[in-house]
Write a protein that binds this ligand. Sequence first.
Ligand SMILES: O=C(CO)[C@H](O)[C@H](O)COP(=O)(O)O
Length: 306
Amino acid sequence: MLMFAASAVLRASPGGFSFCYRSAAGLRAMSDLAAGKKAAAVKAVNDWVKDKQKIGIGSGSTIVFAVERLAERVKAENMNVVCVPTSFQARQLIIQHGLQLSDLENHPQLDVAIDGADEVDPQLTLIKGGGGCQTQEKVVAASANTFVVIADDSKQSTYLGEKWHKGLPIEVLPFAYKPVQLKLEAMGGSAELRIAKQKAGPVITDNGNLILDWKFIAEKGKNWLQLSSRIRASQALWKRDCLWEWQKWHTLVVLMVLSRLCRVIDVHCRYINFSSHLLYEFNTFSFFAHSMGISPILICAATTWH
Ligand SMILES: O=C(CO)[C@H](O)[C@H](O)COP(=O)(O)O
């Protein structure tokens, strides 16, 4: 019955959120995963974007749907929003969709940032950086009052590493990759230099750095808060004076969409009140929400089918 409903119309609350797929055929034509990505992205833009806002635009494949929906709304509602990209890809998306491009120099304080994730555990601890853009993503997200994470349900797991096997992406300065690699491996697993696919040699990030994908030992009950501070601490050995103060997020929202049914399965808001640090140069950015001192106040928004 749900399958039938899914192929007809999807509506969800709160805040008058509502979207629909025009036809069952249209939905079938889209792969399950893409449908999930799109549903989460559309909901994020419908529910969390308002006129006159400054918006951080994440990177990856899910954000493409969010930018498409944003461009639709800007046109239909004559909205005036400014977009700050998290990567070369995001910048191109903003330009291609005729949205107003800006940067943190002009708009250092953002209302909302929207971005994808590679894996999300039940505590909303996230792995990000599959697309290698985690440094700018982290800085942009940290500049926003509200951070909205959009993902299809393939990203949802009971513990980190259960589904995401490509490792925890860690951006390092090129000259420091070896010692950081050894330090990570001393904590277990292997830390592999990410190698480019259509170019000889390593992937070079938008910031000119390298990426180590740390294939940590995935296990239930891993203390990511502790581990994250160990990573930061070990990296701090290399440069102690480059700690970067986090801004305060008012809200972290994670939207997950059950791909097959195109049903929003999770809408969580966590109010965050913290002051944590990011070691900028050795950006460990794997987006450990926990390590940033999130206080777990949870609001679940029910979604309904019609
Ligand atoms: O962190 C990211 C890029 O650095 C992406 O947000 C993450 O990899 C998810 O990508 P996708 O939406 O393609 O699944």
